[in-house]
Ligand binder design. Structure first.
Ligand SMILES: NC(=O)C1=CN([C@@H]2O[C@H](COP(=O)(O)OP(=O)(O)OC[C@H]3O[C@@H](n4cnc5c(N)ncnc54)[C@H](O)[C@@H]3O)[C@@H](O)[C@H]2O)C=CC1
Ligand SMILES: O=C([O-])CC(=O)C(=O)O
Length: 330
């Protein structure tokens, strides 16, 4: 096995997502079977005992790729020298809530964590925010970390991307592996826009193949965008294993590169592409290689897509104003 372990911080490690995510990372799903990982797990003080139990279970798996585990409730200690930070720790929503309703409860977590990463993380740090509302929490962390390049911050829309692929596969009878060029635009919220005008099924344009704008507008988009709420309704708790799996997909593709000839959806800092105001953390089609991402350029945006992208971006602007009002932007 190669070299020094990659140091991966996970916050909210004793929570639901953590219980799935830690075992995926430790078993090599993130960096492969030849790269050892060191887990740095952050929790609030009352959850540390539960986290000790999770660490006992990690030990009991005897994972060959797990070099070391450290836990704690002090962000500056836990984040010291980390290469990747997966910021999961935040309150989940309950039935009848929108993710934006969590801004006040959760936004306050991400300013101090951004500051701590700014002080002690490794120079090559890459940050993924899963805790909701993920895009605006990433914006808060980024704005409190002035020494970390802004392109190192991201928020998770890969779960939405995977849901969009799965729903399209079900509609067309294709395998998920036949579906490429899927894009989620905008916010990880009910306004997100899964775009079939550039997606392909077995190399054919998905919107043309489906050829049913009413299904697209009234069934497909709401099913994908409201899938989180459907899971809360069915399970009594928000999605956890699928969120952990998407977090692994996102961080793995960022670190190791996205598949040749395809792209993935990631929420990253806008450079103004596709009319999304510069500085917002919004979901785009991106390709990744060597730990960098690039927004795919030159896609034609029709009127149907434009209206939906604009609505989701407007919500991101409103969230930015709300957290500015709460004094959370550095
Ligand atoms: N972006 C996405 O696609 C998804 C995001 N989520 C979000 O992920 C977050 C976590 O979800 P679950 O694991 O189900 O929740 P959970 O409630 O089971 O776990 C959250 C954990 O975070 C911890 N925590 C709270 N404040 C913390 C802090 N300041 N530092 C470190 N840890 C802290 C809590 O003690 C708890 O153990 C929620 O905000 C949820 O809405 C969930 C699914 C998908
Ligand atoms: O819906 C929620 O609150 C949890 C979440 O973000 C998702 O499942 O997409």
């Amino acid at each position: 096995m190669s070299t020094a372990p990659v140091k991966v911080a996970v916050t909210g490690a004793a929570g639901q997502i953590g219980y799935s995510l830690l075992f995926r990372i430790a078993s090599g799903s993130l960096f492969g079977p030849d790269t050892p990982v060191e887990l740095r797990l952050l929790e609030i003080t009352p959850a540390l005992k539960a986290l000790e139990g999770v660490v006992m279970e990690l030990d009991d798996c005897a994972f060959p790729t797990l070099a070391k585990v450290e836990i704690g409730d002090n962000a500056e200690k836990v984040f010291d020298g980390v290469n990747h930070a997966l910021l999961v720790g935040a309150r989940p929503r309950g039935p009848g809530m929108e993710r934006g309703d969590l801004l006040e409860a959760n936004g306050g977590i991400f300013a101090p964590q951004g500051k701590a990463l700014n002080s002690v993380a490794a120079d090559d740090i890459r940050i993924t925010v899963t805790g909701n509302p993920a895009n605006t929490n990433a914006l808060i962390a980024m704005s409190n970390a002035p020494d970390i390049p802004q392109e190192r911050f991201s928020a998770l829309t890969r779960l939405d991307h995977n849901r969009a692929i799965s729903q399209l596969a079900a509609k067309t009878g294709a395998a998920v592996t036949d579906i490429t060029h899927m894009t989620i635009w905008g916010n990880h919220s009910a306004t997100q826009y899964p775009d079939l005008f550039h997606a392909e099924v077995g190399g054919r344009n998905a919107a043309e193949l489906v050829n049913d704008e009413a299904w697209l507008a009234d069934t497909y988009i709401p099913t994908v965008a409201k899938r989180g709420a459907a899971i809360i309704d069915a399970r009594g708790a928000s999605s956890a294993a699928s969120a952990a799996s998407a977090t692994v997909d996102h961080a793995r593709d960022w670190a190791l590169g996205s598949a040749a000839g395809d792209w993935v959806s990631m929420s990253v800092r806008s450079d103004g592409s596709y009319g999304v105001p510069e500085g917002l953390i919004s979901s785009f089609p991106v390709t990744t290689s060597n730990g960098d991402w690039q927004i795919v350029q030159g896609l034609e945006i029709n009127d149907f897509s434009r209206a939906r992208i604009d609505a989701s971006v407007k919500e991101l602007e409103e969230e930015r104003e709300a957290v500015r009002g709460l004094g959370l932007l550095g």
